[in-house]
Design a protein around this ligand. Sequence first.
Ligand code: UFG
Length: 323
Amino acid sequence: MDAILVVGGAGYVGSHACKALALAGYKPVTLDNLRTGHADAVKWGPLVEADFGDVETVRQTIREHGIVAAMHFGALSLVAESVAEPARYYANNVSGTLRLLEALGAEGVGRIVFSSSAAVYGEASGEPIPEDAPLNPINPYGETKRVIEGALRFIGQAQGLAWCALRYFNAAGADEAGEIGERHEPETHLIPNVLKAVRAGRPVKLFGSDYPTPDGSVVRDYVHVADLADAHVAALKFLAGGGESQPMNLGSGEGLSVKQIVAAAERVLGHPIPAEMGPRRAGDPPCLVADPTRAKHRLHWAPSRSHVDTLIRTAQAFEATRG
Ligand code: UFG
């Protein structure tokens, strides 16, 4: 059973990747400092509580578990926070990751799947975005992801490290068995916030109705977290089979507006959801939709759970398990 180091395996996407790895016959070894992750989300392998920038502990973990490849989900990932505290984002997401790469190199680990983001593109044209579109991040979070993609190119070459940078669009939904789900504190994402507002019996706050989009609200490409997890396993196999290091978009290829998400939630929950329209949220590009052709062809990946009703149904089922 190949052991895979899952950095950030106690977090939202990382914990779903651990489940997918275990189902595919791998042993996921989570390394997480539990600052934003949850120990009880680590259910499919051991947990090492440490910072990923702690070179000695990472090296020891690699040796102890016979790690053959890594997945790296560990990052600070709140856009607004990154604007307020850019240095902390560079220190964690960039410096910490460079130390992680150093540890992988020192122990001869030759493959990594890195969590990148649609945030590397910045303001897009509105058309589905291919991987060779210009990278113009508009916030420090996206910039830290762009910098690490560049570092992977050069460090990967020098160190014999094959990599895939998976650029997620909007991760959503929860494990279909309800074992794990989205638990951010604070929660900033649209779908969990809609569900939380419904539970609390208050209107959901929507940010911006004057965007240059068909209904005036922001358009995003929502993709189920378990579909993302499957893409990580496929990327690992792609690299093991000699696949070329590269970035790949992970999205459904379809855009939904904020208002369409609320309408879908009303349909799935079976009742009206009161909404309060507010001003735009700073830093939100009007429209981000993936062109996912590359991942489809090279990873033989296609999202199977990313219909909006499934996203909302699974997120709601997980939300309902929480007291
Ligand atoms: N929104 C609301 N109300 C809420 C929460 C969100 O109206 O309570 C709106 C946002 O303003 C935005 C849309 O819903 O217009 C989607 O917002 P999310 O926060 O759910 O997702 P983002 O598109 O902002 O964020 C995603 C990823 C980030 C990544 C970013 C790149 O979650 O990690 O895309 O732009 F950086």
